[in-house]
Write a protein that binds this ligand. Structure first.
Ligand SMILES: C[S@@+](CC[C@H](N)C(=O)[O-])C[C@H]1O[C@@H](n2cnc3c(N)ncnc32)[C@H](O)[C@@H]1O
Length: 197
């Protein structure tokens, strides 16, 4: 399980995210979940402490996965729809049969993955053909800010396993997902990426 850093961050995570959630993130989390079709069996990757649970429609059915025991412990304390199971798993090796889900989503997870290609490959395996995959991610912005994020990446990877110069929409496409739409916020740093398997 490659989420040891998040075991250490877990007790501080919700407090650290609160200002961002108040500023823009909660709104974008809600928007991301609205992309999921009604009645779909849904998979969440890297659910963390469960900050998305309040945005799940009450009738959601599916599985929220998270590799870090510390994050998972806090997620278990949060309310979520009755028919959503929470299980420990990393995105690169999902313990599900092919075509188990109608849709999948992740928020702020692909920046944490050492090998995003493996997670995309798993998404293509477990989500039914044509099913939506919705990602809310911070990415490398274009223009002058791009090189700044390349430099930041030199610090954030060793400190937090957090990649600050990911091109997640492009990587999704390069790994076989169909890119439907990218909504950019905050100078292009935050992307809401809608794909299809
Ligand atoms: C920045 S947090 C985001 C948590 C939550 N999705 C949110 O939006 O608040 C990144 C999450 O990715 C998880 N993560 C790290 N490596 C992972 C992996 N290989 N597979 C799945 N999740 C992973 C971490 O444990 C952590 O919970």
């Amino acid at each position: 399980m490659p989420a040891r850093t998040y075991d250490d961050l877990a007790p501080h995570y919700d407090k650290a995210m609160r200002p961002l959630d108040r500023w823009f993130l909660a709104r974008l989390r809600a928007t991301a979940l609205r992309y999921l079709p009604e009645g779909a069996r849904v998979l969440e990757l890297g659910a963390g402490t469960g900050l998305n649970f309040v945005f799940y429609p009450t009738n959601t059915v599916g599985v929220a996965t998270e590799p870090s025991s510390g994050m998972l412990r806090l997620a278990r304390e949060k309310e979520k729809p009755d028919r959503v199971r929470l299980i420990q798993s990393c995105a690169e090796h999902l313990p599900f049969k092919n075509n188990s889900f109608d849709a999948a989503f992740a928020t702020l997870v692909f920046c944490s993955l050492a090998r995003p290609a493996e997670a995309f490959s798993e998404l293509r395996r477990v989500v039914k053909s044509g099913g939506p995959v919705i990602l809310l991610e911070h990415v490398r912005p274009s223009g002058l800010l791009g090189p700044v994020f390349d430099l930041l990446n030199l610090i954030t990877v060793p400190l937090f396993d957090d990649h600050f110069n990911r091109r997640t929409a492009e990587e999704a496409q390069a790994n076989g997902l169909e890119l439907v739409k990218v909504e950019r916020s905050l100078l292009g740093i935050i992307n809401l990426i809608a794909c299809r398997v």
